[in-house]
Design a protein around this ligand. Structure first.
Ligand code: ZN
Length: 452
């Protein structure tokens, strides 16, 4: 539990009493009960997807696998091939199928079509049938833990994913206040927050924290007052920088981290602040050696070690992802959390596709972050690694600056010194204005690597 939250959390704890779990049977299910659930759902899912999805029929046939071969979870692990975003895009482009061959129900039954934020390439479609489960009790479990109770208001400035997301406050008897995830909305958000005093905010982002700091400078808004009613503010998208964190603490924000979990579910911190929980009745999660090429050499990493997250949807009969390689490097454990939940937790480190190897040394954006933020002119932590290929001779960075520094050459030298001291590699630094980098969006984050 971090210091900045402890006072409010303790008072909230007493408000919540023993009533910590929204769905105690599933949230605290034994590992053997979860294993039995995985077997039941996976053995249903494999023939279901094979019959309905042209992608899986083709993909598994090419790997010499048929559903009749899959009788246990071990069979599933040893035989079912991996897939990734590129495979879906390739099928989409080769067959003119906007859903990449994954849609398992008639298109006429769809309620909505979302799309991903496209941080790593062109956006992919996410079709949904809301009546078949909506936003899910799974999100309701997370926000119940974060203190949302009947009668509360929840501020939802959301990007990309809409629709059933707004349903989780209803499931909890709360009322969503809906906004765009745009800095231009912030004055209006602050005004309505003061009127309705919501208890939770989903989601906060780096660009929003930056815009709040600017709002604070240019107006007389009292951000401590604005954020005084919240028991949770869910931060998503990227690591939280040192400066942004200091501002958030100064404004009294009780921050909780949140991430996607292999595109089949979400991962949220609980009030223990000890990793992000995933729900294993919603997704079957594996954490494997990142260099694995197929199920044959996909060794699971040891509990608590770092690997690539591989996810299978257990809750979607519309658009199931099966053994989807997320490209996300996570530390992963199935140890029971101090909160009492038995489902797995993860700590996000970055994307495998963002890693560059400079002279044999691995560098991820998270490694560079603190060194960039350490200087006043680049405190916003806006930067990109120029990644022409995974192995490079020189670390090249594009870094955003605020204001109008008098000597850009000197600033580039200071950044190079800071990164060299922190990362052990001296970079080449290209400087651009913060506003130029923010244009690269999606609004809640910027791409942390660029090909050029
Ligand atoms: Zn927990």
């Amino acid at each position: 539990m971090s210091d900045q939250n402890s006072a409010r959390e303790i008072s909230r704890e007493s408000d919540l009493g023993d009533d910590r779990f929204f769905d105690p049977d599933i949230e605290t299910a034994s590992r053997s009960a979860l294993a039995a659930l995985h077997e039941e759902k996976l053995l249903e899912l494999v023939p279901y997807a094979y019959e309905r999805s042209p992608f899986y029929r083709k993909h598994w046939s090419e790997a010499g696998v048929h559903p009749r071969d899959i009788l246990t979870v071990d069979d599933f692990r040893e035989r079912i091939p991996f897939m990734d975003k590129d495979a879906i895009r390739a099928f989409r482009d080769a067959h003119g199928d906007p859903y990449g061959g994954l849609l398992c129900i008639p298109e006429s039954e769809l309620t909505a079509i979302n799309s991903t934020s496209g941080t790593t390439g062109d956006p992919t479609l996410v079709p949904e049938r809301w009546a078949a489960g909506g936003s899910g009790p799974a999100l309701a479990r997370d926000f119940w833990e974060l203190g949302v109770r009947p009668g509360d208001h929840v501020a939802i400035p959301m990007f990309t994913f809409r629709g059933p997301i707004y349903n989780f406050p209803h499931v909890l008897g709360a009322v969503p206040l809906i906004f765009d995830h745009s800095p231009a909305e912030l004055p209006r958000i602050c005004e309505l927050v003061r009127r309705y005093r919501p208890t939770s905010w989903y989601t906060m982002s780096g660009p929003f924290l930056l815009a709040l700091a600017e709002l604070e400078q240019s107006t007389d808004v009292d951000l401590r007052d604005v954020f005084s009613s919240f028991s949770s503010i869910v931060f998503a998208g990227e690591p939280l920088g040192v400066r942004a964190k200091a501002n958030a603490e100064r404004w009294g924000m009780p921050l909780f981290h949140h991430s996607a979990a292999g595109d089949v579910g979400a991962a949220f911190e609980c009030r223990e602040h000890d990793g992000l929980h995933v729900w294993e009745d919603v997704g079957f999660y594996e954490c494997i050696e990142p260099d694995a090429t197929g199920p044959g050499d996909a060794t699971p990493v040891a509990d608590g070690a770092v690997g690539e997250l591989v996810a299978t949807s257990l809750g979607s009969d519309v658009f199931p992802l099966i053994r989807y390689r997320s490209d996300d490097l996570d530390r992963f454990t199935r140890q029971r959390c101090a909160c009492g939940r038995t489902h797995a937790r993860l700590w996000t480190l970055g994307r495998k596709g963002d890693e560059v190897i400079v002279d044999g040394r691995s560098v991820l954006p998270v490694d560079v972050w603190g060194a960039v933020e350490a200087l006043d002119e680049t405190a916003a932590g806006l930067f990109q690694i120029i990644r022409t290929q995974r192995q490079v001779d020189v670390l090249r960075l594009r870094v955003g600056y605020a204001g109008a520094p008098s000597d850009l050459g000197a600033l580039a030298g200071l950044i190079a010194d800071s990164v060299e001291a922190g990362v052990g590699v001296r970079p080449q630094v290209e400087l651009v204005a913060n506003a130029e980098l923010l244009k690269l969006g999606p609004p809640h984050k910027i791409p942390r690597v660029a090909k050029r």
